[in-house]
Write a protein that binds this ligand. Structure first.
Ligand SMILES: [Zn+2]
Length: 457
């Protein structure tokens, strides 16, 4: 059997040599510009970028983007060796990794543990599991980086994240959205804002920013009402706020039932922050078993909620090669048409966006589905094929990563506990070795010592 490989690195591919030469030359050109990047001030950078502009012919914004990408790569030794050996990733993709890393809080970006974890996760993502596999899309690369950030996020704010969440699995039914919105948890001052602006013509523009848990529920309510009422999302939102529309809204969250500290996913938001996950999990009223959903079937053409939840959780996006439209905005396609006896069950279905669903219905492409792994084999007219690996939380690679996530959180929790113990010991030593403080003549006054114990002076 053929070895797992990336389709783009197939040497029998006519374009292979051209592509590798281009990727390699571009990478080496930016490496040649990197040493003089060591600048301290804005003025220095302005001068240097003008020199680079004259020598490389590249504008300033591309210089900043690609030199930052190389700085980022230099902190990921395994990925760097892989990049320079395989030429799988080009400068655009490296820059995409760097920009996703910038979303991490500064405290995380300064921590070596994060960089080691990121190196490990990216290497796992760039290891193919099938022959002629498609390179991960930019959104999958971003999701990988966000996954690493989420797995170490309590490095940034160790006290504010609940580490001991109980994992909950399957879709959660939410209440009436009108009622739901009025009962949403209070949003932190610093994370929420609302800007209202009068526009010419009498319209009013609202710019709302809320925390991830509240935002997820609002977005789900709006999207569902817009679909049901066949109206715009703006009309759905105003109808909900003014109380003209009410509906039962379902918010799906996915989490492994048998793994402690399992990551929690939402089909639109991706991997949720620990805070949002805890808030949404408290609202869970119904749990669906995804193992059961994998083999569930119905005689109807339309999928049941259970089958649909499984398809979202496995496919995550449109499965057409390279398309990253979210599965929640896609149609469930019967590989063998329902009219020809194709069953409505996950083993015979994939999610395709409307545009690519039409291409498939026109018989411009043909695919095979491996139900056990979720891999889709796309067959082209010239006899070649590529494999699109599923990227949702129910896909094999993501299921394995759930273990990594949980183990990493455990290691970090132990590290934080050890740090706290060391600090307490240091404080204790400091106290016992310090000369006694002069007695203060304030009888019965109570004070708090730094360890939080109440002492009487
Ligand atoms: Zn598509």
């Amino acid at each position: 059997m053929a070895q797992p490989s990336w389709a783009v690195l197939d040497k029998s591919n006519f374009h292979y040599e051209f592509r590798v030469s281009k990727v390699k030359a571009e990478y080496e050109m930016w490496r040649s510009a990197q040493p003089i990047r060591d600048v301290r001030s804005h003025e220095d950078w302005t001068t240097l970028s003008s020199v680079l502009r004259s020598q490389l012919g590249e504008p300033k914004h591309r210089q900043a983007r690609f030199l930052d990408a190389l700085d980022c790569l230099d902190r990921l030794p395994r990925l760097r060796a892989f990049v320079e050996d395989s030429w799988l990733l080009d400068m655009e993709q490296l820059s995409f990794i760097e920009r996703a890393v910038c979303e991490a809080p500064i405290a995380i970006q300064d921590d070596d543990f994060f960089w080691k974890a990121l190196d490990e996760d990216l290497m796992e993502r760039f290891t193919p599991s099938r022959p002629r596999q498609l390179t991960p899309t930019n959104s999958t690369i971003k999701a990988t980086v966000i996954g690493t950030i989420r797995s170490v996020e309590h490095l940034a704010i160790p006290d504010s994240h609940p580490l001991g969440n109980k994992p909950v699995e399957g879709p959660a039914t939410c209440e009436n959205p009108g009622e739901l919105m009025s009962t949403l948890p209070p949003v932190e001052e610093e994370t929420s804002s609302l800007i209202m602006q009068d526009l010419p013509g009498g319209n009013v523009r609202f710019d709302l920013s809320v925390g991830q848990a509240a935002g997820t529920q609002i977005a789900d309510a709006v999207m569902q009402v817009a679909n049901e009422q066949n109206c715009s999302q703006a009309e759905a939102l105003s109808g909900l706020i003014l109380g003209n529309i009410s509906t039962q809204v379902t918010t799906l969250v996915y989490a492994a039932k048998d793994v402690e500290d399992a990551p929690v996913y939402h089909p639109e938001r991706g991997l949720l922050s620990a805070e949002a996950a805890a808030t949404l999990q408290e609202l869970v009223t119904k749990t669906l078993d995804m193992d059961e959903a994998a083999d569930a079937a119905t005689c109807a053409y339309e999928t049941t909620d259970l089958i649909r939840a499984y398809l979202f959780g496995r496919d995550w996006t449109c499965r057409w090669p390279g398309c990253s439209r979210k599965a929640t905005h896609c149609d469930a396609d019967h590989r063998i048409n329902h009219a020809d006896g194709g069953p409505t069950t996950a083993a015979n279905m994939i999610m395709l966006c409307r545009h690519h669903h039409n291409r498939k219905t026109d018989r411009q492409a043909f695919y095979l589905l491996d139900h056990h792994t979720g891999d889709v084999y796309w067959l082209f007219a010239d006899g070649t094929y590529v494999v699109d690996a599923a990227t949702g939380p129910l896909a094999p690679k993501q299921k394995r990563w759930v273990q990594t996530f949980s183990q990493r959180r455990l290691r970090l929790r132990e590290r934080l506990a050890a740090q706290a113990a060391a600090e307490r010991f240091e404080n204790y030593q400091h106290r016992i070795n310090s000369p006694p403080e002069p007695r203060r003549y304030l009888p019965w006054r109570r004070e708090r010592d730094p360890d939080g114990l109440t002492v009487e002076v």
